[in-house]
Design a protein around this ligand. Structure first.
Ligand code: NAP
Length: 310
C-alpha cells in the first residue's frame, strides 16, 4: 500500500527553495511537493501559480504551505494560508515584526492548524552535542563570531538591504538561534553597535553585548564584509574547558579535539519536525532569536560606514 504523504506547496521559488527546500521535500517520505506559487519562477513537474490565492483555490487537497519568500512579504501569505485552513511552515526569520508573528500564532490556534517557525541552524550536526556538553558547566565567557562575504552568499538580493530585510542579522539571527538553543539560561541584550552603509537601510555589521544573569561575558560580532575564509563560530569558555561550535554548528571542538561532526541534514530535519507537528496538532514558534534582533535595533547605536554596492 502506498505510504500516506502530506501534500505541500512552496511559496517563493528562489535561492533557499531551490538549494534546500525542494531537495529536502524530495528526501522526506512524509511530504509530496504538489505546487508552487512564485511571481517569476516555477519548478518542473509540479503546478506553478503566480500567487498563493490562486494556488489555494485550485488545490484544496494541499494541506501544507512552506513559505520561502523574504521576511517582508511573508506575513500576508502566511495569513492567507492559515485562513484557508492550511498548516504553515515559515523560513527564518518568521516575519518582519514580532507583532505580526503573534497575530499568526493566534490565527493558527483559532483555526486549529500548525504554525512552524523554523530555525534551520538549530539542526546543524553538532548543535545538540554542544547543548549536552554545556549542561551543568560553569560558563565564564561566550564569543559568537559570524563573519561572511555578503556578495558570495546573497548575490544581488536587494531585499536584505531594505527595511525589514535585517541586513547582517539575516545570517546573524542563525547564530542567535544556535546560541539560544544550546545556552542553559535566557540571555538579554545589554548594548549594541550597528554599522549601516550610508546608502542602505539595514546594517552590514553589528557588535552585540549580552547580559547573562549567570555572570558570563557574552558577546557577538556579525560582519558581512569578510572576504577570504568565512567564520561561523560560537566559542564558549567554561571552568572545564573551551568548546568551539564551528562552521555554523557542524563541528564541536573541545580543547582542540573534535568531539562531534556530521553532514548537513538541517532541512530534512525541519520537514521531519513539520510532519510531526502536523500529526500531533501542535505548533512551534520560538521567537527568542528575533527578540534579540529587535532589541539590537531598539538599543543599538547607529554608526554610518562606507556605502555598499554590489
Ligand atoms: P530570494 O531567492 O531572494 O527570494 C526568494 C523568492 O521570493 C524570490 O525568488 C521571489 O520569487 C520571491 N519573492 C516574493 N516577494 C519578493 C520580494 N518582495 N523580493 C524578493 N523576492 C520576493 O531569497 P532566499 O535567499 O531564498 O531567502 C528567502 C528566505 O530564506 C529569507 O528569509 C532567508 O533568510 C531565508 N534563508 C535563506 C538562505 C540562503 O542561503 N539564501 C538560507 C537559509 C534561510 P518570485 O520573484 O518568483 O516571486
Amino acid at each position: 500500500m502506498a505510504k500516506h504523504t502530506l501534500e505541500i506547496a512552496i511559496v517563493g521559488v528562489g535561492k533557499i527553495a531551490r538549494d534546500q527546500h525542494i531537495p529536502a521535500i524530495s528526501g522526506t517520505p512524509a511530504f509530496t511537493l504538489k505546487a508552487t506559487a512564485s511571481r517569476n519562477a516555477q519548478v518542473g513537474g509540479v503546478d506553478g501559480y503566480g500567487d498563493l490565492d490562486t494556488l489555494l483555490n485550485a488545490h484544496p487537497e494541499i494541506t501544507c504551505i512552506s513559505l520561502c519568500t523574504p521576511p517582508q512579504v511573508r506575513y500576508a501569505d502566511a495569513r492567507r494560508a492559515l485562513l484557508a485552513g492550511r498548516h504553515v511552515m515559515l523560513e527564518k526569520p518568521p516575519g518582519a515584526t514580532l507583532s505580526e508573528v503573534h497575530d499568526l500564532i493566534s490565527l493558527a490556534e483559532a483555526r486549529g492548524v500548525t504554525l512552524f517557525a523554523t530555525w534551520h541552524s538549530r539542526h546543524a550536526a553538532s548543535v545538540a552535542a554542544a547543548r549536552d556538553w554545556l549542561q551543568g558547566k560553569d560558563i565564564t565567557g561566550v564569543e559568537v563570531i559570524w563573519k561572511e562575504d555578503v556578495r558570495r552568499w546573497h548575490p544581488g538580493q536587494e531585499w536584505i538591504w531594505q527595511a525589514g530585510g535585517l541586513g547582517v542579522f539575516d545570517p546573524g539571527i542563525n547564530a542567535l538561534s544556535v546560541l539560544s538553543a544550546i545556552y542553559p539560561r535566557a540571555l538579554h541584550l545589554s548594548a549594541a553597535e550597528l554599522y549601516f552603509p550610508e546608502n542602505r537601510d539595514t546594517p552590514i555589521a553589528a557588535d552585540l553585548t549580552f547580559n547573562d544573569p549567570g555572570g558570563a561575558n557574552v558577546s557577538a560580532v556579525f560582519d558581512w564584509r569578510q572576504t577570504g575564509p568565512q567564520t561561523w563560530d560560537v566559542k564558549i569558555e567554561t571552568s572545564d574547558g573551551t568548546a568551539i561550535l564551528r562552521d555554523g554548528g557542524a563541528r564541536l571542538v573541545v580543547d582542540g579535539t573534535e568531539i562531534s561532526a556530521g553532514s548537513d541534514h538541517e532541512y530534512r530535519a525541519l520537514y521531519a519536525q513539520f510532519s510531526e507537528l502536523v500529526a500531533t496538532g501542535a505548533s512551534d514558534v520560538d521567537l527568542t532569536p528575533m527578540f534579540h534582533v529587535a532589541d539590537a535595533f531598539t538599543l543599538g547605536r547607529r554608526r554610518a560606514v562606507a556605502p555598499f554596492d554590489w
